[in-house]
Ligand binder design. Structure first.
Ligand code: NCD
Length: 315
């Protein structure tokens, strides 16, 4: 049985196969309407979510399956002291696959050790968010036609932004990529991402604080929100929030074919005035999220593509 807890759980070939399956679903979604008839997805969300939970549920419904679950730890037996391990065992009796979000790093990994069904990490603390990474890769490939030889700017909260950590983990695997990490001193990329992911790879990177100066050279711009819920004190959050804002004036500094990605939700780091700019790709990411999660559920349930007859995972 396979799980998706961190991006590296899928090989490069498997990652590409999921992206290709999502592309096929996106052009002909109705061909997949009964692929998961009778299957049940459980969403165990111990942390707030709009897109991730609803898109996993929508993906299951679009495949013909059904969903159950909770959103908010207060709705679950966690309030009575039940462990993640026990919850995973219990839910394995009710469902065929689990999508779990948890404020503690490593909770979905623990769940995967006790569950009898596949577990997808839908975000664990400030650590990883591997299904968002698949969405980001799909969107970058659509916009740029490739995943290699790109200068990718990551801007905002690079310390707590789990989507950044997971995307960097995948992009280092393609040749010629360069990362420009744009953040205040306090929100720099964690040391473990630098030591374990960046240094051993062939990718190059720089850490800077100024957004405007670095915009012209970027092939992709990935904006992030300052992660309020992960700060230890309100004062630090208030000082750092709003530190970067992308507006129409700054968009003039970006190349005409440089997409702007953001995992959403946004707070004030992208002005609404640029939503109509063709380079704004964040609502495309939301749409791609449905196709990626349909592809991911099919993959982990071992369901064959009805169009090609192929399965993504062979072991
Ligand atoms: C992100 C997350 O939860 O990490 N949102 C998402 O899943 N699309 C980003 C965020 O919350 O800022």
């Amino acid at each position: 049985m396979r799980h998706l807890i961190e991006p590296a759980d899928f090989s490069d070939a498997e990652t590409l196969a999921v992206l290709n399956l999502a592309d096929r679903i996106s052009v002909n979604p109705s061909a997949y309407a009964h692929v998961a008839d009778g299957k049940v997805l459980a969403t165990l969300f111990y942390e707030p979510s709009t897109r991730t939970r609803l898109s996993f549920e929508s993906a299951t419904l679009h495949l013909g399956g059904r969903t159950l679950g909770f959103s908010g730890a207060e709705q679950s037996s966690a309030t009575k002291g039940e462990t993640v391990a026990d919850t995973a065992r219990v839910v394995s009796c009710y469902a065929d696959i689990i999508a779990m979000r948890h404020p503690k790093e490593g909770a979905p990994l623990l769940a995967s050790r006790y569950a009898a069904i596949p577990v997808i990490n839908a975000g664990d603390g400030g650590h990883n968010h591997p299904s968002q990474t698949l969405i980001d890769l799909m969107t970058i490939r659509q916009r740029k036609g490739r995943l290699d030889h790109l200068t990718v700017g990551f801007c905002g909260d690079l310390k707590f932004g789990r989507t950044v950590h997971s995307l960097v983990n995948r992009l280092v695997r393609y040749p010629g990529n360069h990362f420009c990490f744009i953040s205040p001193e306090e929100l720099r990329v964690p040391g473990y991402v630098i030591e374990d992911t960046l240094v051993p790879s062939s990718a190059t990177f720089e850490e800077v604080t100024n957004l405007e100066e670095n915009l012209p050279k970027l092939d992709v711009l990935y904006m992030t929100r300052v992660q309020k819920e992960r700060f230890f004190n309100e004062e630090d959050y208030l000082r750092l929030k709003g530190i970067y804002t992308l507006d129409a004036e700054k968009m003039k500094l970006l190349q005409p074919d440089t997409p702007v990605l953001h995992p959403l939700p946004r707070v004030d780091e992208i002005a609404m005035e640029i939503d109509q700019d063709p380079r704004a790709a964040y609502f495309t990411q939301v749409q791609n999220g449905l196709y990626i999660r349909m592809a991911l559920i099919m993959t982990l349930l071992g369901l064959a593509d009805p169009v090609t007859g192929e399965k993504v995972l062979t072991c």
